[in-house]
Write a protein that binds this ligand. Sequence first.
Ligand SMILES: *[C@@H]1O[C@H](CO)[C@@H](O)[C@H](O)[C@H]1NC(C)=O
Ligand SMILES: *[C@@H]1O[C@H](CO)[C@@H](O)[C@H](O)[C@H]1NC(C)=O
Ligand SMILES: *[C@@H]1O[C@H](CO)[C@@H](O)[C@H](O)[C@H]1NC(C)=O
Ligand SMILES: *[C@@H]1O[C@H](CO)[C@@H](O)[C@H](O)[C@H]1NC(C)=O
Ligand SMILES: *[C@@H]1O[C@H](CO)[C@@H](O)[C@H](O)[C@H]1NC(C)=O
Length: 745
Amino acid sequence: MLFPLKGAFLAFVAARLANADLTVYTDGALASGWENWSWNTVLDFAATDLFEGTSSISATSDAWAALSLKLSQGDLSQYAGLRFDIAGAQPDIQLTIESTTDSAKSPTIPLSAISQSVTPTGFTSLVVDFNNLPGTGSQLGPGTWDRFSFQGGANGASYHLDNIVFVDSIIVEPKFLSAEPLINDVIAVTTQGAVDFNTISVKLNGQTVAVSSKTTYVPVDTPAKSITYLTLAKPFAPGPLVITAVALSFNYTLPAVQHGSVVQSVKTAINPQIYGVNWPPSASYIQHLGVTISRWGGNAVTPYNPFLDVTNAGNDWYFENRASENGNADAWIGWTKAAGSASMLTVPALDWVAKDATSYSYPKTIYPDQKAFDPYNPDAGNGQFSNGTALSPPTDPKRAYTAWNTTAAKQWLSSLKNKPTMVTIDNEIEIAHSTHQDMHPEPMSYDEELKRVIDFATVSKAALPNTLVGAPSTCSWWFYWTSAVGYTDNAAHYNIDFIPWFLAEMKKQSDKVGKRLLDYLDIHYYYQPDTSANDAAAKALRLRMTRSLWDTSYVDESWVGQDPQNHQWAPNTVQLIPRMKILINQNYPGTKLSIGEWSSTNDKDLTGGLVTADSLGIFGKYGLDAATYWATPDEMGPTGLAYWLYRGYGTFFGSSSAQVNLATPNPDTQSVYAGTEGGKLTLVIINKNPSTPISFYLANVPTGAYFIRHFGGGAGVAKWQTNITVKSDTYIVIPAYTAVFLKQK
Ligand SMILES: *[C@@H]1O[C@H](CO)[C@@H](O)[C@H](O)[C@H]1NC(C)=O
Ligand SMILES: *[C@@H]1O[C@H](CO)[C@@H](O)[C@H](O)[C@H]1NC(C)=O
Ligand SMILES: *[C@@H]1O[C@H](CO)[C@@H](O)[C@H](O)[C@H]1NC(C)=O
Ligand SMILES: *[C@@H]1O[C@H](CO)[C@@H](O)[C@H](O)[C@H]1NC(C)=O
Ligand SMILES: *[C@@H]1O[C@H](CO)[C@@H](O)[C@H](O)[C@H]1NC(C)=O
């Protein structure tokens, strides 16, 4: 009796093994059914300098080049994950899985999100779970997946791979991942797999506290982890809080409250257009994050030819023409509007736009002495002599461009079927001598920039009478105050800094023609402190630097704080929004303020998400009129989640900003923003401390039912949300490194 059963069992196992995993590479060559679709990569499929078995794959990729492998037939959708062994000095590569049928692509998965300890001396075995993609926690989902690539970064990459297998199943070990105190009496517990909540016990000040109810939530786009909110029978209070789950313990010291109050009756309207981004990828993105305005902007829109839908990359990529990757501007305004977003369209205002999708300005055949050539088009150079100076004499703009002027702009704008909410007169043209040196080699002066803005604003207003005009979309602090000509240009204009001079001149011209030509002062703002190290000190600095948006006493922790180079009052403080509002009031009252580009400085790090949430709170509180993030934060990354926090899926922060008074403001380590609409309160509270919870007594926070969203802290980056009851305003806890949104129901 035993034998037949055992035989059947063996046959079953053998069948599973035969069908189960799909080998891509073991030794010597790719497994049959796999094709090499790599590019600009030196590959050896039988490397013997480092290997398991008899050989490995060695790969050396140029900048942005990839080892890319394609399944000849069929697809990979039935597999649970990808397992591979890798050796290298933590190479800068990212994995994507693609479909050659419909061009779908997985989120990019940086190797660093899978492992940060890959070494060159031996292989590290890694698994990518398709139900829990490293970095985002999202699913690969159904699709005709048939190709995967390991793409190198800007400096290329060198590494070995071995034993590459698509696996049939991945066993997820049930686990408690985090447990944190939230608001009055809730413990937020994240888990994977089927854990037993009966193993949890909570002790507050040494006393065991019972759990009175629990509710679980699974985010729709990151279902591998879930969150369970345990409501305690007793509220939090200062002192030790210990949560134990199986063998884990999560320990906190709940701090004494900081006192404050919220006054809903003292309020100012929030302009909803502060919640914008550049280049939203889809209508669902606009809806999921609640994007209010979409910008068509950046260096490549200056040479955008709207009659042919082609553009030129400028010095971002070897001055090469290409098809507009965002298609046709008119159609783009149409679909972003249909998705619920306003639009901010850039109007080219130099003398040239791309003439086709293929030409480039600096062919090697004409300029053999150049510093760099496009690895994908060895004839296209970067426009610099090998010593790094710009090529001279200047190239002929006709090589890549066709003429552009106000007549063409008017013709285009008049023909738009979909009208933009707002246009800006070009993008950062004060640095055109660099970004577009091939067609505007001369430094842009005060006078030239003003003339271009007036000329193109005039035709924009003529073609689109209801569209608002923004300018000059200046790139940075330095050029707010001077021009590329240098300080002789300031001197030639009574030593008035550029922006105040520009505002006054726009007022003069508008008064002359009897019509407002400038509705928005549009600037780009990039935080200047260097946080690139992304270590603990850099993260703390990143979280402090948002003070530059509003705080008149915050000396910028960058070159601006030391050597500000302008004729401004308190020049080493940025105080961006108040400063610009003063300059507007002095020089062209009634002009709105917009920030067409800004960035948290790190879209992938949690602190970048907290900076974004903080900045959005500041924009509302200090009365900014519009802002669009550069460029497109990942919907599931921390920066995207800051938008979701305020605006996701139709649940919005209030229409007005309400007064918040804190006895201990501590803007370096925390922020509290209040919104109000129809008498209902919304709060966004951000705890910038990396490891300690904070707590508040916020007088006038009504008790009762609230909808709550949060991300960060131990719970990590996901769209966590639930309904809770706020039982008291006297002890409200926010976990470390967390942004919380609370909306009264
Ligand atoms: C793989 O393809 C790339 C790109 O076509 C090519 O350069 C490389 O030589 C190929 N490698 C092997 C080992 O076939
Ligand atoms: C947490 O507290 C418990 C009980 O006091 C203690 O046994 C444990 O070591 C603590 N764990 C940590 C990580 O501090
Ligand atoms: C760079 O090289 C070019 C061409 O050889 C030359 O004309 C120019 O003077 C050089 N510039 C500098 C700063 O060395
Ligand atoms: C723009 O260029 C076209 C074609 O060369 C020309 O007919 C037109 O007059 C120009 N418009 C202006 C304002 O210079
Ligand atoms: C919160 O309550 C609303 C009803 O007011 C319900 O539609 C929603 O699904 C609840 N959300 C969660 C996360 O439980």
